[in-house]
Design a protein around this ligand. Structure first.
Ligand code: NAD
Length: 429
């Protein structure tokens, strides 16, 4: 593994700008060069350890059979069991899951928890399936991955369109095959099944903690800040609520059905109640309708993209008005948008730091399951706040040391920790 990694100009994007794997690789390349990563380490870390595609045949209610495609990518198990969510969606594909798996590796290293990185997904439209059909898909997907999953090997969690109930089905299916209850095989479970208090809110809470830290850095008080949140699911709704509790004014929110803008302030709890009752924000009358594209460009101080990848691109980055972007979603900003935001002085708290609260409390859940003991909510939240604050400060210190953005600071910190572990372990052959 000797020698030093020599920077190669990143290959021109093969796909379009919005290929999340290419966006991840573009930052990995630059961080590797700045770190002077050894070529062997670079070669080792740039590819996932395993990429699995499974077919999931399901008998539908009318007796017909539909076959869905499922994925699990283990990017790295160098620092511990691989960890990463499972998402359901009509566009889920292997390339996206590959990028998300690598981000999990860097993210777990940034917050310094003993996990590697993985991600999974099933290509389906959850809105077109009944609860029973979703349960069948989840159980068959789990069964197909029995040799991969395990508390010591690979531990899934919720992501887009998956929730506590789905994690409960994963736990139950795995346990049926193991012939005993194995709670630590998955995190984000219902509290009744060994889930951690505070896990559901953990990602949004982490977003709030680092947003406060970023405001402090820029000399802003929460009471001065207007917030726009894209995506009103697990991450977006909790981040909006908690930032509002800190004194910020949430002036716009959105979901897949569109956005709502109210310069006087959105009633966030009202919006949460509305979604609980109606399933989405469609028809919410707490603000003027805006499109998701317009929402990103609204006049505000803090923008929290908390929906999906590739929302801030080279096409709209020069029109973003926010002073701070806190990336609740994974990969909401493309690599091509990074220099545009940087040149305009936008302070970006990158995804692998900003949304790491979820995996941090997933780690707490895994620890509690293995101890057979549960912590209080106060304990969970205090430990989460400490890790998020310390990680923010470590990323900021790395960014300052290398004279780079917070994004590259986070990549450098994460990659360096994985590389150091790899060097100490060596390569088994
Ligand atoms: P979710 O399914 O609970 O919510 C997603 C929200 O985004 C919904 O309101 C949906 O309507 C909206 N949305 C989907 N497509 C959209 C679009 N094109 N435009 C605007 N809104 C759209 O998912 P989540 O768990 O909140 O995850 C959101 C993001 O955060 C994802 O990128 C996910 O990978 C990331 N993330 C989630 C967690 C977690 O713990 N849940 C942890 C880290 C990162």
């Amino acid at each position: 593994m000797g020698g030093k990694y020599v920077y190669k100009e990143p290959a021109p994007l093969k796909g379009s700008e919005d290929d999340p794997f290419e966006s991840m690789m573009a930052r990995f390349e630059v961080a590797s060069e700045l770190l002077g990563l050894e070529p062997g380490v670079y070669e080792f870390l740039k590819v996932p350890e395993k990429q699995i595609i499974v077919s999931i045949p399901i008998q539908m209610d009318d007796g017909s059979v539909q076959v869905f495609e499922g994925y699990r990518v283990i990017h790295s198990s160098v620092r511990g069991p691989s960890k990463g969510g499972v998402r359901f969606g009509p566009d889920v594909n292997l390339n996206e899951v590959k990028a998300l798996a690598a981000w999990m590796t860097w993210k777990c290293a940034v917050v310094n928890i003993p996990f590697g990185g993985a991600k999974g997904g099933v290509r389906l439209d959850p809105r077109s399936l009944t609860t029973t059909q979703l349960e069948k898909v989840t159980r068959r997907y789990t069964a197909a991955l029995l040799d991969i999953l395990g508390p010591e090997s690979d531990v899934p969690a919720p992501d887009m369109n998956t929730n506590e109930q789905i994690m409960g089905w994963i736990m139950d299916t795995y346990s049926m095959h193991a012939r005993h209850t194995v709670t630590a095989v998955v995190t984000g479970k219902p509290v009744y099944l060994g889930g951690s208090l505070g896990r559901r809110e953990a990602t949004g809470r982490g977003v709030m903690v680092v947003a406060l830290r970023a405001m402090e850095r820029l000399g802003l008080k929460p009471q001065q800040c207007r917030v726009v949140v894209q995506g009103f699911g697990n991450v977006g709704s909790v981040a909006a609520k908690l930032l509002e509790e800190q004194g910020c004014k949430v002036v716009a929110i959105s979901d897949i059905t569109g956005g709502y803008h109210n310069p006087k302030g959105i009633d966030v709890q009202g919006a949460i109640d509305y979604v609980r009752e109606h399933g989405s924000l469609e028809g919410f009358n707490g603000g003027d309708r805006v499109s998701n594209e317009e929402l990103l460009e609204l006049d505000c101080d803090i923008l929290v993209p908390a929906a999906k990848e590739d929302q801030i691109t080279s096409k709209n980055a020069d029109r973003i008005k926010a002073k701070i972007i806190v990336e609740g979603a994974n990969g909401p900003t493309t690599a091509k948008a990074d220099p545009i935001l940087e040149s305009r002085g936008v302070y970006v708290v990158p995804d692998i730091l900003a949304n790491a609260g979820g995996v941090t409390v997933s780690y707490f859940e895994w620890v509690q399951n293995r101890m057979g003991y549960s912590w209080t909510l106060e304990d969970v939240n205090a430990r989460l706040a400490r890790i998020m604050t310390e990680s923010f400060d470590e990323v900021a210190a790395t960014a300052e040391k290398f004279g780079v953005s917070m994004r590259l600071g986070a990549y450098i910190l994460g990659i360096d920790r994985v590389a150091k572990t790899l060097k100490l372990r060596g390569i088994y052959a």
